[in-house]
Design a binder for this molecule. Structure first.
Ligand code: UDP
Ligand code: MG
Length: 140
């Protein structure tokens, strides 16, 4: 189904330490279909806009600084119940609390540098997918 998508971002810490390949392999093995993929370096303004909902949080500025500190890999993933299934695969926001075998447990190094983003709802998945990808960059 067209709506069974989520937006994932391999964060700068994981890109920097060579984890793109291992993370893509886990995504693949978990049965997600990659229907869009790109590597980009966000400007501070773009990172602010992406994390707009967190603007009032104490960690906002530092999160924006981190997310614009180096290239990230953004992708649209398709799967039945994609948002929830992907959040299971990535694990808790805090890598220390994430289940063994999850991406954040394996590759996250702190709450902020938790290796990967996953959308929290289908509405946000659709918005976030459009933030990164134009129509000719996605393949349904
Ligand atoms: N974050 C942070 N400090 C916090 C909480 C969150 O730096 O105390 C960062 C972290 O990178 C997280 C992102 O902000 O992934 C978005 O936070 P959210 O609560 O939406 O967590 P997520 O949906 O990514 O699990
Ligand atoms: Mg979130």
């Amino acid at each position: 189904m067209r709506s069974d998508i989520t937006l994932a971002i391999i964060k700068p810490n994981a890109v920097r330490t060579g984890k793109i390949g291992p993370i893509l392999a886990m995504i693949n093995e978990a049965g997600f279909e990659i229907i869009a993929l790109k590597m980009v370096k966000l400007t501070k303004q773009q990172a602010e806009s992406f994390y707009e909902v967190h603007r009032e949080k104490v960690f906002f500025e530092s999160l924006v600084e981190f997310m614009s500190s180096g290239p990230v890999v953004a992708m649209i993933l398709r799967h039945r119940n994609a948002v929830d299934e992907f959040r299971k695969l990535i694990g808790n926001t805090d890598p220390a609390k994430a289940e063994p075998g999850t991406i954040r447990k394996l590759y996250g190094i702190s709450v902020q540098m938790n290796a990967i983003h996953g959308s929290d709802s289908i509405e946000n998945a659709i918005k976030e997918a459009s933030f990164f990808f134009s129509e000719i960059e996605r393949f349904y």
